[in-house]
Structures are given as C-alpha cells and as structure tokens.
Design a protein around this ligand. Structure first.
Ligand code: NAP
Ligand code: MG
Length: 451
C-alpha cells in the first residue's frame, strides 16, 4: 500500500494500492482490446461523450478541488481553477473529432486523401505538481483522436486522477477506454515505455527521467512528448511599468509554492532600476499570503514532501538572501517565499531548477546582455518580458529561446494555445489547435481511377 500524505500537516490521508507489473500489463491489454471499438465510435458520438465527461467534471469541481487541497496542498482557488481546466480542455478537444479532417491532394491517375489515424494505446505519466491539468492535457486530445489511454499519476498525488477515472465511467465512456493506474514510475511508468502495445508516451516531469524515457522509447520507435523542467526568466526593463512588474513577480514564482515548471525563478532587472525594483518587490513578497491552502485567502500552501523541502533548503543555505516572506508553523512541509541575490550566472541557485518558492535576482546592463543572460541555460520553457517599448518587446520575443513567452504578463498556459519547451525543456507541444495531431499518424491513401 502507498500512503498518501497531506503536505499541509504531514498526516496520512489514505492508502492506495499500487499496481505491479502483472496488473499494469493486464490494464494495457484491456486498453488494447477497447481500442478498435473506441476508434470506430462515430465522430459526433465521441464528441458527445467527451462533452458529457466535461459536464460531469463540472458537477464535481468543488469535490475535486477539495481533494487536491488535501493531497497536494494547492490553494483552494488554484485547485478550483485546475479542476475547471480539466472541464475546459475536455470541452475544447470535444470539438476535435468532428473536425479531424485530412486532405485531398491533387495527383495524376486517381484520388489522394489523407487520414489522421489514432495510434492505439497512449500512456500518460503525470508528476505531482499539477495532477489534474497535466493529466487532462494528455488524455483529452488522446481520447478525442480515438486512442485509448492509460494514465499513471505520481505516487504522491494519485487521488484526483483516480476520481477522474471514475467520473469518466459515470459520464458514459466505455470501460477501459480511460484507465488510471496508480503505482511507481519505475514499474508502471517504465512499462508504458517497454510495452509494445503502448504506441505513445506523454511524460511530464524531471529532465533526467524524461531523457531516460526518450531513450527507452527509441527501441520501439515509440512516439513521445516530453514536458520537462524550466528555469525561466522574467526580464524587467527600466522603461517597464515597474509597479506592475514588481506586484506580479511574487505570483510568477511563488504560485503553487514554486512547484511549477513555468516559474519565473530568474529575475533579470535592468541595472538602472535594480534598487528601485527590489524596493518595490520586498513589500509584495512580505505580503504574499502563505496560509492553510483550504483558506479562501491563501495564495501559497506547503511544498509537496519533506524531501522536496530539504532539496529547496539546500539552495538557500549558502546563498545571499535579500528578503523573505512569511510561513506557517507546525506540521507539514512549509517554506517561506525567498528572494536570493545572484552573484553571477555560476551560482547553483541561478542555474538549477529549484522547484520551490525561491527566486534569484541579477542585474543586466542592456538588451544584448539581457538576451545573453536569459539564454544562458539548457532550459527554455517559459518567460516574461516587461517593457513599454513595443519594438523591444518584439525583438526580445524573437531572441529569447523559450517555448511560451509573455509580454507584460506572467501567464504561460491557455488551453487554446500551444505549450511546451525548447532546448532541454521538452519535445513537442501540448494544448492548442495542433496538439491533437500528435496523437495521430498520417495515413496517405491513393485510389486509382482506372481506365
Ligand atoms: P520525476 O521523477 O520525473 O517524476 C515524474 C513522473 O514520472 C512521476 O509520475 C514518476 O513516478 C514518474 N517516473 C519516475 N521515474 C520513472 C521511470 N523511470 N519511468 C517512468 N516513469 C517514471 O519527478 P520528481 O522526482 O517527482 O521531481 C523531481 C524534480 O523534477 C522536481 O524537483 C522538479 O525539479 C522536476 N519536476 C518538473 C516537473 C515539470 O512540470 N516539468 C514536474 C515535476 C517535477 P513516481 O510516482 O514513482 O514518482
Ligand atoms: Mg523522481
């Protein structure tokens, strides 16, 4: 049995039986068996089923959100958004089966058409930081394209995924079309990589495990989408609305206690306004409301585990702390929002993904240096540019090597638009109008006209 812990208190919430290898194989076999019938469901009917799934999720937003507050320590406001995001992503891709049109291509001697064929069984491996949305970004388009899905939640946070699996059945999805398989990454997740019936793996998590999954998938030329780590930069120019940039900066890195692959964990500030920006940032950090995540007022809860807290602490131990926010005493894995001053780009806290409520600040001289510093990383997931100069905003947008960039905003994720990383932050894109295609293969058919 795997114990599921409430990270706000350290108490055991419940236990979940993990699947072993035989159980995983049996589930994959059921998914494989369910595939032909699901593929052949008429597009309009598949759309209707996904909309019904979305409607059932909508009826359970509060229940799912409360479950995530207890299991992951997410604030209730965030958790409601996350459950709503599952509903929205399902609705968005419910529009896809009826629009999954191929092409008719002019050729000599006949008719040429293409089909977007589903792949078969798709395996989705989810981390603990956003259990609901990351699962849905995989399963919604995968199901819409006609695949069956096996989903492995993180051992630390399986509860909302298990509930979503039940809600899918309640909504009328056929049995074994969408199965949730709790268990270890090294057992269940690894089996997705090695089992020949699983035709694609969607992985979100650490860059280290992502590389091993990509290498493993090569053996069967298995399709793979990777959403990996980040060390994204918020770049603040002297001509920006500094008040707005400073007010937004805490949320951009302390949201979800910094356990966000899009966290703007490097803040680059133009040297001429560096002191003024820090003076504006300090009260915003001190005012960030670290509270019981069940409280409607809470802006930040605890870290996910004691191990994660130790890791995060190790980055702060020898660093130059500028100022910190508040924290909560007592059980659980609490950590205060922390602002570090980088002495240069060599600092470990500047280079590595911390995945905690820690931001490192460094001044820059001019646009060219901002670009150089921002790109001096193997990551490239997200980032922000704060400036009132439209030309500069455009130049910077093209120059910063990252997959999801915002100007005068810190938002990264909108389900209508593509999301994913450049460089070692990932491979492929999720969400947006094109994600569905990565759950299909193109088949080209030529029909001879005859004499
Ligand atoms: P992780 O080890 O990469 O885990 C992510 C998921 O992969 C979990 O479901 C995990 O299962 C599974 N997994 C682990 N080893 C596997 C394997 N060999 N084959 C298949 N699946 C496997 O990430 P973590 O240990 O939870 O977090 C470590 C660090 O990764 C974090 O501190 C952070 O820096 C980064 N991270 C990034 C993201 C992101 O969104 N990009 C998300 C989470 C973590 P288990 O249930 O057994 O863990
Ligand atoms: Mg791990």
């Amino acid at each position: 049995m795997t114990e599921v812990i409430n990270p706000s208190t350290g108490d055991v919430l419940t236990t979940v039986p993990p699947l072993d290898l035989a159980g995983t194989d049996a589930a994959i076999a059921r998914a494989q068996k369910a595939f032909p019938a699901w593929r052949d469901v008429a597009p309009g009917d598949r759309a209707r089923l996904l909309r019904r799934f979305a409607a059932v999720v909508d009826e359970h937003i509060e229940e799912l959100a409360r479950l995530e507050v207890r299991n992951a320590g997410h604030t209730i406001g965030n958790a409601r958004w996350e459950a709503g995001n599952v509903r929205d992503v399902l609705n968005y891709y419910a529009g896809a089966p009826e629009r999954l049109a191929g092409r008719q291509i002019p050729v000599a001697g006949g008719l040429d058409v293409t089909f977007h064929e589903p792949l078969g069984v798709v395996g989705i491996i989810v981390p603990w930081n956003f259990p609901m949305p990351i699962a849905a970004w995989g399963f919604a388009p995968a199901l819409a394209a006609g695949n069956t899905v096996v989903l492995k939640p993180a051992e630390l946070t399986p509860l909302t995924a298990i509930r979503l699996g039940e809600l899918a059945l309640e909504a009328g999805l056929p049995e074994h079309v969408f199965q949730v398989l709790p268990g270890k990454g090294s057992v269940v997740g690894q089996r997705f990589v090695t089992h020949p019936a699983v035709r694609k793996v969607c992985f979100t998590g650490s860059t280290q495990v992502g590389k091993s999954i990509m290498a493993g998938c090569a053996d069967q030329v298995k399709r793979v989408t990777l959403e990996l780590g980040g060390k994204s930069a918020g770049i603040v120019f002297a001509d920006a609305d500094l008040e707005a940039a400073a007010a937004a900066a805490p949320g951009a890195v302390f949201d979800n206690a910094g356990q966000d692959c899009c966290a703007r964990s490097r803040l680059l500030v133009e040297a001429s306004v560096y002191d003024r920006f820090l003076a504006l940032l300090e009260p915003a950090v001190r005012a960030f409301r670290v509270l019981d995540p069940a409280s409607e007022m809470s802006q930040m809860g605890p870290l996910i585990s004691s191990g994660q807290r130790e890791t995060v602490q190790s980055y702060v131990d020898d660093a130059d702390v500028a100022f910190r926010g508040s924290t909560v005493d007592g059980g659980g894995w609490w950590f205060p929002p922390t602002v570090l001053l980088a002495s240069g780009t060599g600092d470990r806290h500047w280079r590595e993904e911390i995945f905690g409520p820690v931001v490192s600040v460094l001044p820059f001289r001019d646009e060219a240096e901002a670009v150089r510093l921002a790109n001096d990383t193997e990551y490239g997931l997200s980032g922000s540019i704060w400036t009132r100069d439209v030309g500069r905003a455009l130049r910077m947008s093209r120059a910063v090597e990252t997959g999801a960039l915002s100007v005068n905003s810190n938002s990264s994720v909108r389900y209508w638009t593509p999301f994913g990383g450049m460089k070692q932050s990932g491979l492929g894109r999720e969400l947006g109008p094109d994600a569905l295609l990565s759950f299909t293969d193109v088949k080209n058919v030529f029909l001879a006209m005859g004499e």
